[in-house]
Design a protein around this ligand. Structure first.
Ligand code: MN
Length: 242
């Protein structure tokens, strides 16, 4: 049996081809998996579990179908969908995970994360992250009317796109010391994350041993998945017909 990992699909109604590939992935591959882990940024934006967006409703239903079939589905928040809450978990049958989250996979110790917490060179981003991940701030946001939240999300997204276009590439990648620190303090063999949209398998020197850092890719042009079984893991692209 294989355990599957995906992240950074950035599902939205404006990109229906990603949603179509996601549903096919759930129906065909994930249905016979041991478990599915979604490591954040499944959705391009999320303003609350009460958003009646029909595209999101279709995606929720597809996840529900998988969890109803008996495949455990785990979800970790990304920096786009950190407002996903307990109502979403109930509707889809997913189990929400903390970021980071240590797991044992076929005898290997692995730390799962979205990845944005390791981008410590982007100080301004980390400050914003601390604010929006605060439960009090989230309660304040959720108390606003849906329309207002959607307008705020549009504005924040435009601002973030403009900002990211100006930032140096290295600043938006993970910080090497933050990675070593995460791996050594968790005592794991592998760190598996998404967020940076730079799919790769890296060797990391941690004190006197070698660990690995596996980075999932985004789904903008094709799918990206890590397949893990008793023989180890594989980072794979999943081409899609356009
Ligand atoms: Mn992200």
């Amino acid at each position: 049996m294989t355990t599957l990992f995906i992240s950074d699909l950035h599902l939205e109604a404006e990109r229906p081809e990603i949603g179509k590939q996601f549903v096919e992935f759930l129906d065909h591959e994930a249905v016979s998996a041991e478990a599915l882990y979604i490591l954040g940024d499944l959705f391009e934006s999320w303003v609350g579990d009460d958003d009646p967006n029909p595209h999101y409703a279709d995606m929720k239903q597809a996840i529900r179908k998988l969890s109803d079939s008996g495949v455990p589905v785990y979800f970790m928040h990304g920096n786009r969908d950190f407002m996903i809450g307990s109502q979403f978990a109930q509707e889809t049958g997913v189990t929400l995970l903390d970021d980071p989250c240590p797991v044992d996979l076929y005898g290997q110790s692995v730390l799962l994360a979205h990845g944005d917490a390791y981008c410590t060179d982007d100080v301004e981003y980390q400050q914003t992250r601390a604010v929006v991940r605060n439960p009090d701030w989230q309660q304040m946001m959720l108390a606003k009317p849906l329309e207002e939240r959607l307008a705020i999300a549009r504005a924040v997204r435009a601002e973030s796109q403009a900002r990211n276009a100006q930032l140096a590439e290295e600043i938006m990648d993970v910080n090497a010391a933050a990675i070593v620190d995460a791996i050594s303090s968790a005592g794991v063999d592998v760190l598996l994350h998404g967020h940076t949209h730079r799919p790769a398998v890296h060797d990391v020197d941690v004190n006197d041993r070698q660990a690995k850092r596996v980075v999932l890719g985004d789904w903008y042009e094709q799918g990206s998945v890590v397949r893990w079984d008793e023989n180890g893991f594989e980072l794979c692209e999943m081409p899609r017909d356009r």
